[in-house]
Design a protein around this ligand. Structure first.
Ligand code: 13P
Length: 255
């Protein structure tokens, strides 16, 4: 399968960090460091930081994403945010199905699928997160878990729409733990996800499909992970909150 067909995407997932004013400051620090990137650069930030991020990134090569969205267009869903609220601001990306949403907020494969549908309908690009827990890895069911998460989430997604979907393989045991998957482990699952895409669609769709790795990716280990044939970028938590580290990862993906 041909990596040259795919442009790497490095996305920061800021999680519940940074206020609006801190967002402006961090983006201003990042902009000059990533301006010559040879990959796509995205920052996914808390809802209340979106306007600050959009204002600060205007005219730059940094794109802005949200960390979630609801599947209904509007209604009695206290505390939720619709896709139209995001697109009206100018948001282009949205993270869906992050393991922290699945673990702490009752997200299921079915609610993930509904959110993916709504995001695609609104014209957003989806960063869909999948990944196994440590227990599942030790049970030897990583492929089954990741395959099921992928298939359910993509239910009803057409081949044309697939160009607006990225999958981030994020092993739960590697998130925020400092314990990164080895380059071989990351590539093995990323490759498996690509075979699932080939099965659901076709090999041309799979060849063009971006599969990121996420989970303790940092300035030191990024180059090795990103050199793998099936690792087309990264979804970065902790290291995306430090401009120099994030820029280093962007540089590694630009080679
Ligand atoms: P860390 O890079 O902090 O491990 O987080 C990864 C992640 O969850 C990105 O979505």
């Amino acid at each position: 399968m041909n990596k040259q067909l795919r442009k790497a995407v490095i996305a920061g997932n800021w999680k519940m960090n940074k206020t609006p004013s801190q967002t402006t400051a961090l983006v201003e620090e990042m902009k000059p460091l990533v301006k010559d990137a040879g990959c796509d650069v995205v920052i996914c930030v808390p809802y209340v930081d979106l306007q600050a991020a959009l204002a600060a990134t205007k005219g730059s090569n940094i794109k802005v994403g949200a960390e979630n969205c609801h599947w209904e267009k509007s209604g009695a869903y206290t505390g939720e945010i619709s896709t139209e609220m995001l697109t009206e601001l100018g948001v282009e990306y949205v993270v869906i199905g992050h393991s922290e949403r699945r673990t702490y907020f009752g997200e299921t494969d079915v609610t993930v699928q509904k959110r993916v549908r709504a995001a695609l309908d609104a014209g957003l690009t989806v960063i869909l997160c999948v990944g196994e827990t440590l227990e599942q890895r030790e049970q030897g069911i990583t492929f089954e878990v990741v395959g099921l998460q992928t298939k359910v989430a993509l239910g009803g997604v057409s081949k044309e729409e697939l160009s607006r979907v990225i999958i981030a393989y994020e092993p739960v045991w590697a998130i925020g733990t400092g314990r990164t998957a080895t380059a071989e482990q990351a590539n093995e699952v990323n490759h498996y996800i690509r075979t699932v895409i080939a099965g659901l669609y076709d090999s041309a769709a799979a060849d063009a499909f971006v599969v990121q790795y996420g989970g303790s990716m940092n300035a030191k280990n990024a180059a090795e992970l990103l050199a793998q044939p099936d690792v087309d970028g990264g979804l970065i938590g902790g290291a995306s909150l430090k401009a120099a580290d994030f820029a280093e990862i962007v540089k590694a993906a630009s080679k």
